[in-house]
Design a protein around this ligand. Structure first.
Ligand code: ADP
Ligand code: MG
Ligand code: MG
Length: 211
């Protein structure tokens, strides 16, 4: 089984950066009908800056690496997603503490703390058509799989499926938070860009675990 260590966090960051870069056009297209058409550019800019910062001054624990990524996202992404994803990663990293490795359960608990912080900062809940519609089911699926005895790779694969389904489930939702909420009923029928990028970040976790 893969171990949650600094190398794991670095593999996640590489894969996440590659994914948001590859999918930037699609994320921006999703942000066109119900936003301001910048989500792909925001994510690409933030993750590229984070990847470069980590390469320049490599953090020595997985927690510090995630905190570093969170700080870069907050300082380089102007949109709503910068502070929200920045908070997710900073809080998750802080919850991992100073340890060189974390157990799968500790990773699950830390991610849940990070997702709770996003909900608190943005005031959104599942069903509001935001990144939380992918993040909350993902952390729930992760905890459920670990409870049932799955190893890290299998549990993160379950989280990836839950995040993908959660992102797809935002299509019929009415947006209640963020720019898309200004459209009211006209937000219905479009997939939320933030839920879509959140699913990419969860998929990168699964891939860092070899799943
Ligand atoms: P902006 O809307 O400022 O241009 P982005 O386009 O980068 O920022 O990000 C938009 C995404 O941010 C949305 O698709 C949604 O998932 C997420 N989002 C916006 N507001 C909130 C909120 N209050 N809580 C959670 N997520 C939010
Ligand atoms: Mg936008
Ligand atoms: Mg914007």
């Amino acid at each position: 089984e893969p171990v949650v260590d600094t190398e794991f966090a670095r593999r996640w960051l590489e894969t996440a950066t590659a994914a948001v870069t590859r999918e930037a056009d699609r994320l921006t297209e999703l942000d066109s009908p119900i936003g301001d058409a910048d989500h792909g550019a925001n994510m690409r800019r933030g993750f590229t800056a984070a990847r470069d910062a980590v390469a320049k001054e490599p953090p020595d624990t997985p927690g510090r690496l995630l905190v570093r990524v969170g700080r870069e996202l907050i300082s380089t992404v102007g949109g709503a997603s910068g502070p929200l994803y920045g908070t997710l990663l900073r809080r998750t990293g802080k919850a991992l503490g100073e340890a060189a490795t974390a157990t799968p359960e500790q990773l699950g608990d830390a991610l849940r703390a990070g997702v709770d912080a996003v909900a608190q900062l943005g005031g959104a809940a599942p069903g509001d058509k935001t990144m939380l519609d992918a993040l909350v089911p993902a952390t729930e699926a992760l905890a459920f799989a670990l409870d049932a005895g799955a190893g890290l790779a299998e549990a993160l694969a379950a989280a990836r499926s839950a995040a993908d389904e959660g992102a797809a489930a935002t299509v019929p939702m009415l947006a209640r938070k963020g720019r898309a909420s200004y459209l009211g009923e006209r937000s219905v029928g479009h997939q939320d860009p933030g839920a879509t990028s959140a699913a990419l970040l969860v998929a990168a976790l699964a891939s860092a675990a070899g799943a």
